[in-house]
Design a protein around this ligand. Structure first.
Ligand SMILES: [Ca+2]
Ligand SMILES: [Ca+2]
Ligand SMILES: [Ca+2]
Ligand SMILES: [Ca+2]
Ligand SMILES: [Zn+2]
Length: 343
């Protein structure tokens, strides 16, 4: 029997640029039916005529990738948008391009065309610019983020790019049901943030207050609510989506409180910890990376082959927020690591 694999979508409200970045997230590989795949493939081919020259192969690959990831149809208009985006990215490297996990039958030349533009490295969206603690400086500067857990009953609004409707937070009762008490589950999240702080220039502060203002659109305020608000509601139940997380400057995390994936608490709740760590990766501006070889936290499929942020994920965070010893941009502020021995 095929082991179920699940995907971790990154999501943000609002603009076209971002919504294009978001394409290609979601769902379980083993949930795809042949009939749906066929439908979407036909749709992908129909789109080719509307796609800018040079973008056809990439758009077609994108279409097949989305089918593989989600089993959903891809509209011709959407594919044309994606191809146009790719073309713009070729001309202006600063523009983010869609995240890709290529289907296994994608021709090498298509992958090469994409890789030549994207480069063999992590992908980013904008870093935090304003937090509850103030403005955040520029690339490589350290930041402080606060996190809180909204009360159950808090409204989790629908946001652009997310297929789930508005709902009510039930994270606390869900976690209490699994772990017995907040005294047990909250330290799990403390640990996830502590690990991120050990590997990058980000400090995390638990914010005990949360006023229950709706998530995603209510900025962090010291003493009122965190920058990062962790909540949950039933999304699509077992399989499929496990959680989603908005990018900076929101960073709020929404779990699928109806997914039994998290009932497996082995290895000190590695499933919950890695999903939370991955989602928070989006919350600091990290995008998905491929291939799916279970060595990077920001791969779009949940994995328990490792624990927390890995090399690529850490380099990504350094690009935005520097290393754990910030500020250290000059010889005078460098950190003395002591004697180094070669053995
Ligand atoms: Ca720095
Ligand atoms: Ca689910
Ligand atoms: Ca927030
Ligand atoms: Ca540094
Ligand atoms: Zn993700």
């Amino acid at each position: 029997m095929m082991k179920s694999k699940r995907c971790l979508p990154a999501i943000i409200a609002g603009c076209l640029v971002v919504s294009l970045v978001l394409i290609g997230l979601i769902a379980s590989f083993d949930g795809m039916s042949g009939a749906r795949a066929g439908d979407a493939q036909a749709s992908a081919q129909a789109a080719v005529a509307e796609i800018p020259a040079g973008g056809e192969a990439v758009a077609s690959a994108l279409g097949r990738m989305i089918v593989a990831d989600t089993g959903r149809r891809v509209g011709t208009e959407r594919l044309a948008e994606m191809a146009e985006r790719f073309q713009q990215r070729c001309e202006r490297p600063a523009i983010p391009i869609p995240q890709l996990c290529f289907a296994p039958d994608t021709p090498d030349e298509v992958i090469s065309q994409y890789a030549a533009t994207a480069g063999p490295r992590f992908f980013q969206i904008d870093r935090w610019s304003l937090t509850a603690s103030g403005v955040t400086g520029g690339a490589g500067d350290p930041i402080t983020l606060t996190y809180s857990f909204p009360p159950d009953g808090t409204t989790i609004p629908a946001i652009s790019g997310v297929s789930f409707p508005s709902g009510i937070n039930s994270f606390r009762s869900w976690m209490n049901g699994l772990y017995g008490s907040e005294l047990v589950w909250r330290p799990i999240f403390d640990g996830v943030f502590a690990r991120w702080s050990q590997v990058a220039g980000i400090s995390y502060v638990y914010e005990p207050s949360d006023d229950g203002a709706q998530t995603n659109f209510s900025p962090g305020i010291l003493g009122v609510r965190g920058d990062l608000r962790i909540c949950g509601k039933v999304l699509d139940g077992n399989s499929g989506v496990l959680a989603y997380n908005n990018f900076p400057d929101d960073g709020d995390m929404v779990f699928d409180a109806g997914d039994s994936f998290f009932n497996d608490m082995s290895n000190s709740s590695l499933r919950l910890r890695n999903v939370a760590a991955h989602e928070h990766g989006h919350g600091i501006g990290e995008l998905h990376v491929c291939p799916l070889d279970e060595i990077k936290l920001m791969e779009p499929i949940a994995s328990v082959a490792f624990d927390g942020p890995q090399h690529d994920d850490i380099r990504n965070a350094h690009g935005h927020y520097g290393d754990p010893f910030e500020p250290d941009n000059t010889p005078g502020t460098a950190t003395d690591l002591g004697g180094l021995a070669i053995s």
